[in-house]
Design a binder for this molecule. Structure first.
Ligand SMILES: [Zn+2]
Length: 134
């Protein structure tokens, strides 16, 4: 698939290396304990630079979504959801919901989700979310 892929930068490399290893990595401020996303070298809550990377649980819930019925050519020809999920640790992330019908009936707000990764290149695996099992 000829999909436009993100380019890791020094600030985001830890995140992409985590995805490649099958691990969702967030950052957390060691001063105020706020977890945040996307990656950046300072805390968005208190601007402290005392931040650390940690592995997230991969659990999330569906916050909102739209179903795109006319995908870009590099997204295939099927309707797909563009969603915002709330991670268990607090931050929200834009993603796609996979592993279920792309219909309002199947996509219930607040439904429990879990992360899954799809490899698109040697360097880039993208995090998607699927309905949580069990
Ligand atoms: Zn902070």
């Amino acid at each position: 698939m000829d999909r436009h892929l993100p380019q890791p930068t020094p600030e985001t490399r830890h995140f992409w290396e985590g995805c490649k290893a099958g691990e969702l990595r967030l950052q957390r401020c060691t001063a105020c304990r706020q977890a945040y996303f996307p990656p950046r070298p300072f805390c968005p809550a208190c601007a402290s630079r005392e931040v650390e990377v940690f592995p997230a649980s991969g659990k999330a819930s569906l916050y909102s979504y739209v179903i795109n019925h006319r995908p870009r050519p590099d997204m295939g020809s099927e309707p797909h959801s563009i969603a915002v999920v709330t991670l268990e640790e607090g931050p929200r992330m834009m993603t796609n919901i996979v592993g279920c019908p792309q219909t309002p009936e199947a996509l219930a707000l607040d439904m429990p989700l879990e992360v899954t990764f799809q490899s698109f290149s040697d360097e880039i695996s993208l995090p998607f979310f699927q309905p949580a099992k069990g």
